[in-house]
Design a protein around this ligand. Structure first.
Ligand code: 1QQ
Length: 406
């Protein structure tokens, strides 16, 4: 009796092991040790796109995907990588960390991508990028601007310039529009890594400019009601309000500040850099200032082509996140070409290709829709031109444009 129980449990344990082994082949978190070359795979060289297609964050993520897809066609029409096309593999991250980790695991282990563009938010990057770092898969962020992103690891770079470089420009533009600004109220989303990083920069600039920081108000990216914080700030009579949040919460906050009677200048951070913001705050968005790392008017050839393709497809000017999504794919393609010149990537084991690609992309120079870019040794973008735009709402109150300030 004792013996047969023991035998049954051994059998059961064996079965469980077998079942685990079977499910693991479909399990995105299973480690893959295959080193077969990928570049020759039919359908093209797989480049992963881990951006938000669903959730509130989709307002920001979808524009990145649009730009990446334009790049896929643009570079494949030019012959891809020595005749082999690239193939984008898009995995939706949703708006949180868990979805991003899942998307990274699928891209790395099942889709066997050579590199990943993404994720949408710095908040997601801080938890998912270490997975790519451990698997030695290069990641190029196309919209992560918080301090410390490239420092996550050797395999992490970004084409999205950091808040420290971009954000100060919008405060300077506000002071140009109204040199009498003195009292400043700052708002930020305290559950979001980018917003926390950006507000530090904004608050530092306020101090450096010798302005009075009259209040710092906190909210959550999931909030929809900002009456309490907005009233607190307005009571202190600010003549400038600066907001670090994402498109949905930030847009709603702008709307409520205006509804409560605030008439001064509003500066929005990088989370406002999408035309989807107009659907949120409509006519109330009018006049908001936003610093940008892209101008549709950048005069180089690649931007002219990118801009006209985007205009034709979406009937509006390309937004910053689309230009950055395009640029991230471009960096992968151009670096792949360089690696392939030295040694045929179709014959290279995947692990070696990922490592060679990572080394190469960091040393290249790229002529992109953002202008000339390169990378610092740690993987931060080196870029020279930045802009400030003002939101101008159309007469119908539903749509609008980002108008560049000169
Ligand atoms: C970040 C950001 C967001 C506004 C990107 C959409 O800059 O999370 O780093």
């Amino acid at each position: 009796m004792k013996n047969s129980t023991a035998r049954t449990s051994v059998l059961l344990a064996g079965l469980t092991l077998l079942m685990t082994a079977c499910t693991q082949s479909n399990n995105p978190t299973a480690t893959n040790t295959s080193t077969t070359g990928t570049a020759g795979v039919s359908g093209g060289i797989p480049i992963g796109i881990a951006l938000a297609q669903t959730s509130n964050v989709a307002l920001l993520g979808q524009e990145g995907i649009q730009g990446a897809k334009i790049a896929e066609k643009y570079f494949n029409d030019k012959g891809g990588v020595d005749g082999t096309p690239i193939k984008l593999v898009v995995q939706d991250t949703g708006g949180d960390e868990a979805g991003t980790i899942n998307a990274f695991n699928i891209l790395i282990n099942q889709n066997k991508v050579v590199g990943i563009v993404g994720p949408t938010l710095s908040q997601q990057a801080f938890s998912a990028n270490p997975i790519a770092e451990r698997a030695k898969v290069p990641v190029i962020a196309a919209s992560n601007t918080a301090k410390g992103i490239p420092e996550i690891g050797d395999y992490i770079a970004r084409v999205s310039a950091p808040v420290s470089i971009v954000a100060p420009n919008s405060i300077k533009a506000a002071l140009k529009l109204n040199p009498k600004i003195k009292r400043v109220a700052v708002f930020y989303a305290q559950n979001d890594a980018f917003s926390k990083s950006e507000t530090e920069i904004f608050q530092q600039v306020v101090k450096d400019q010798k302005l009075d920081l009259v209040t710092v108000q906190r909210f959550q990216t999931s909030d929809t009601d900002f009456q309490a914080q907005a009233t607190n700030a307005i009571n202190l009579k600010p003549d400038l309000i600066i907001i670090s949040g994402l498109a949905a919460d930030g847009g709603n906050l702008v709307r409520q500040l205006r509804e409560l009677g605030y008439q001064g200048i509003i500066v929005g951070g990088n989370g406002f850099n999408t035309s989807n913001i107009f659907a949120v705050c409509q006519a109330r968005c009018n006049g908001v200032l936003v610093a940008q790392a892209y101008s549709p008017e950048h005069p180089n050839e690649i931007n002219k082509t990118f801009r006209s393709t985007y205009l034709e497809q979406f009937k509006k000017e390309p937004p910053q996140f689309s230009a950055q999504g395009f640029t991230a794919v471009q960096v992968f393609v151009e670096a792949l070409k360089e690696v392939d010149k030295k040694s045929d990537i179709a014959k290279m084991p995947l692990e070696q290709l990922r490592t060679e690609l990572n080394k190469q992309l960091l040393v290249g120079k790229y002529d992109t829709p953002l202008g000339q870019i390169s990378f610092t040794p740690v993987g931060d973008v080196v870029q020279s031109q930045f802009y400030v735009a003002q939101l101008k709402v159309d007469p119908d109150g539903k749509n609008g444009k980002f108008v560049s300030l000169k």
